[in-house]
Design a protein around this ligand. Structure first.
Ligand SMILES: [Zn+2]
Length: 171
């Protein structure tokens, strides 16, 4: 797993340090629990204002043209998406401050990485992105199926968060 920091302030250094120490054990826990691989993961730690740029960089080669204004600001703890090499996990260092929040978020997002590495998932995600960016519309049935998948993935990732307790015991 490749961990990168983007424009982090000094107050966010502890978030980066915690992520660096738990990322690999968290990936092992998640993979063991889900019975699948996280695949190629790039994990970016950054402040909220840099998140849209990272998403645009990840998506542009996958969908063709993409305007920076089409990506909105996120207020969440983290987000996971695909990039040309595999999966991009972004941790919002403005939100993730406490160890318990960091651990839960990393486990949750790595769960999405396993989901996105499952057969067929990547194609569906690219189709959804092209639909969402107004490049190529999905049919209603496809959009419905894609939304159902997003909902199911979210439920599964939330259930994984309890694995974060095991990281506290490890470190
Ligand atoms: Zn999620």
């Amino acid at each position: 797993m490749q961990i990168t920091a983007h424009r982090l302030g000094r107050s966010q250094q502890s978030t980066l340090d915690r992520i660096a120490s738990i990322a690999e054990p968290a990936a092992r826990l998640v993979q063991q629990h889900m019975g699948g691989s996280v695949g190629h993961v790039e994990l970016a730690v950054t402040g909220r204002s840099s998140i849209p740029d990272l998403i645009v960089q990840a998506h542009r080669p996958l969908v063709g043209r993409l305007d920076r204004r089409q990506v909105r600001l996120l207020r969440c703890y983290g987000t996971t998406t695909i990039n040309p090499a595999g999966t991009l996990v972004i941790i919002n260092a403005d939100k993730c401050r406490r160890v318990s929040e960091i651990d839960k978020t990393v486990v949750h997002e790595l769960g999405h990485a396993v989901q996105f590495a499952r057969p067929g998932a990547r194609n569906l995600l690219i189709r959804s992105l092209r639909n969402n960016y107004g490049i190529e519309a999905m049919t209603d049935a496809e959009a419905h199926a894609a939304n159902r998948q997003v909902d199911a993935d979210e439920v599964e990732a939330e259930q994984l968060e309890r694995l974060a307790r095991k990281l506290t015991q490890l470190t």
